[in-house]
Design a protein around this ligand. Structure first.
Ligand code: PLP
Length: 380
């Protein structure tokens, strides 16, 4: 039996997404920048995809720029905003994804900005009062705070952060990679200047995403080249990726409540079953439905010598999960997120993350194996 519970790292592609991508790959090979009919029909596909994404997110197509994924979208937002608005101060948290943290650290290390970190508590909640203090004490800032933490699942109230950023005239970028297609986003009301998406987190293809740029701000490109993406990102478009992204988002929105309820049920079911099987376990991050991403459950085991054996033995039993963020390492060594919330390194942690394709039978099998593996590791 092979069970995939690492959906925060990436999700299996939806067969319907694959179908439209293969259709495009097979039949539409023109370059969208070419003015002949082969080019024009492909341009139409790209623009239809942009319109579909924009409509779902309640914004105009001209505010959506396709990228190679979440990392490029985060980089473009942060680096272009700092450069084009001449910002010298940024505020983030120590639990952001490396796509954000390493970009901001590079800007700090090269003397471009001063970087402040907003306090987070032991569950990964940001301290909103501290954010306001930092905004008061500094020049016009860039604020970069994620919607849902990819390791812990803890949600940030980005509506409130947007309000406070507006009050202090700050530029607000939010990494929405883990919530896009999982929660409805209304970009006509959200007070964010930059929002991002990565298609492979919502049953779309890898290597494609988008950056939303609020029309209230104008940035210059990060990648120079051709006139693609209205001069914002040079390079021939990843046409089948873009079409696949739009289809994935369309499918996600069509049945969002159904999938949400199913996945939230699986998460609650696993949480209760694990607590019953191993009463000494605990959880990293928030786990209540209103404070936590429903696709993520991060389990903290009691202190033990054989910590590394847990994930390894689950893998041997055909269960794929992750310790910390699989984006960076795929192992449970050195999670910067767990370190930042004061996690004790002696306690092994496993992040289980779910999708619409998981079942209760898979959870039963996984809990059984976790119990066995934990008993073995505790004895060694
Ligand atoms: N931001 C978050 C919160 C993520 O979880 C990820 C991927 O794991 C990324 C950014 C990077 O996205 P991509 O893999 O599309 O570059």
């Amino acid at each position: 039996m092979k069970i995939y519970l690492d959906n925060a790292a990436t999700t299996p592609i939806d067969k319907e997404v694959l179908k439209v991508m293969v259709e495009v790959m097979d039949n539409y090979y023109g370059n969208p920048s070419s003015i002949h009919s082969h080019g024009r029909e492909v341009r139409t596909l790209v623009e239809k995809a942009r319109k579909s994404v924009a409509t779902l997110l309640k914004t105009a197509p001209s505010n959506i720029f396709f990228t190679s994924g979440g990392t490029e979208a985060d980089n473009t937002a942060i680096r272009s905003a700092v450069r084009d608005f001449e910002l010298t101060h940024a505020i983030t948290s120590k639990i952001e994804h490396h796509a954000v943290l390493h970009t901001l650290e590079m800007l700090e290390n090269t003397g471009v900005i001063k970087l402040s970190y907003v306090n987070v508590d032991e569950k990964g909640n940001i301290d909103y009062a501290h954010l306001e203090e930092l905004l008061t004490a500094n020049e016009r800032s860039l604020v970069s705070l994620m919607h849902a933490n990819n390791e812990l699942g803890t949600l940030t109230d980005i509506e409130s952060v947007g309000e406070v950023c507006e009050k202090y005239n700050a530029i607000f970028h939010t990494d929405t990679v883990q919530t896009m297609g999982h929660y409805p986003h209304d970009l006509s009301t959200l007070k964010a200047h930059f929002v991002v998406c990565s298609a492979h987190k919502l049953h779309g293809p890898k290597g494609v995403g988008f950056l939303f740029v609020n029309p209230a701000v104008k940035i210059k490109p990060l990648l120079y080249g051709g006139a693609q993406e209205r001069n914002m990102r040079g390079g021939t478009e990843n046409v089948y990726g873009i079409v696949g992204l739009a289809k994935a988002l369309e499918l996600a929105y069509a049945d969002m409540d159904l999938h949400k309820n199913h996945i939230q049920d699986l998460k609650n079911y696993m949480k209760e079953a694990l607590q019953k099987a191993i009463p000494t376990i605990d959880f990293n991050g928030e786990t209540d439905a209103d404070k936590s991403l429903y696709t993520v459950l991060n389990v903290r085991f009691p202190k033990m010598d054989m910590a590394d054996m847990l994930l390894f033995n689950l893998d041997i039993n055909g269960i794929s999960a992750s310790g910390g963020s699989a984006c960076s390492s795929g192992s449970n060594i050195g999670s910067h997120v767990l370190t930042a919330i004061g996690g004790n390194p002696g306690h092994p942690s496993i992040r289980f993350s779910f999708s619409k394709f998981n079942t209760k039978e898979e959870i039963d099998y996984t809990v059984e194996k976790v119990k066995e593996v934990f008993a073995k590791a505790s004895l060694s």
